[in-house]
Design a protein around this ligand. Structure first.
Ligand code: APR
Length: 254
């Protein structure tokens, strides 16, 4: 098979840029990699959380039922770490795209709240948010950024145990109907800073490809488990590759 000419390759790239620039409907998926340069530990990186602790003993309903104090000690440690972190250029670039594109949904696996802090509003936190707590007794939920003095914390209304407002392994992710609808509509699907190790998020690119009407791109420090499924890929730190790609979407000087 003959190698495509330089002109043909350039033509195809121009077509992709034109598609990305003109598309009105975007769905963006993010993972821990987008917050890494803000100081939030990833899960499976060299210093990743799961390198040091066993997820099954900390991030499952069973672990919480068995030892809520230990689970809370870990979440209190994570909250203290994240409390000192601020959104970076990657988070801000995505908030800028939302402001311009009419049909936009940002699906994040992150529970750190940094996308919201960067100004994102069309946001689906599929794994919940570490700043919310929910009573396992009466179901009361509230936003709480402060430290808890007594662990495990208790519900002020019914005295029941409070749990972190995040989704644990074996639990149903949030906002799936809204996410599926956005994946069905989107003309551009971007996956940023995720290893593609956890479903349902790891299956989104396949879902979009299956429809066959969207361009797909991966932005990550290294190829993810689903890297071969993407039409386009850019590897490097999120604070560099995300603003650079947003320039492609919104044009220079966005
Ligand atoms: N810029 C871009 N990408 C980065 C950076 C960075 N500065 N640092 C790390 N990465 C990439 C890594 O190469 C890796 O592919 O981010 C990805 C992070 O992968 P994980 O640590 O597996 O995190 P994530 O994909 O978000 O995990 C998914 O697993 O443990 C559960 O619920 C948890 O939401 C989490 C889910």
């Amino acid at each position: 098979m003959d190698k495509p000419s330089r002109e043909a390759v350039a033509g195809a790239m121009d077509a992709a840029v034109k598609w990305v620039r003109e598309c009105r409907s975007l769905c963006v998926l993010t993972g821990a990699g987008v917050s890494a340069e803000s100081g939030v530990p990833t899960f499976r990186g060299p210093e990743g959380l799961w390198k040091r602790r066993d997820p099954v003993s900390l991030a499952t309903p069973e672990a919480f039922a068995e030892d809520p104090k230990e689970v809370w000690e870990w979440y209190q440690w994570r909250r203290r770490k994240i409390r000192g972190c601020a959104p970076n250029a990657g988070h801000r670039a995505l908030a800028a795209v939302e402001a311009v594109k009419p049909d936009f949904l940002l699906v994040t696996q992150n529970v750190d709240g940094l996308h919201r802090a960067a100004g994102s509003r069309r946001l689906a936190e599929i794994h919940g948010n570490i700043w919310t707590v929910r009573c396992v007794g009466c179901g009361a939920e509230r936003y709480e950024r402060g430290d808890f003095t007594d662990l495990p914390p208790r519900c002020g209304a019914c005295g029941g145990l409070l749990r972190p407002g995040v989704v644990w392994f074996g639990e149903m992710p949030f906002a799936m109907e809204r996410i599926d609808a956005a994946l069905d509509r989107c003309a551009l699907f971007l996956s940023i800073g995720t290893s593609g190790a956890v479903y349902p998020a790891a299956g989104f690119v396949q879902q979009v490809r299956h429809r066959g009407r969207a361009h797909t791109a991966e932005l990550n420090m290294q190829p993810s488990e689903g890297a071969t499924l993407f039409a386009e890929a850019h590897y490097g730190p999120a604070t560099q590759v995300v603003p650079a790609y947003v320039e492609k979407i919104l044009g220079p000087g966005w």
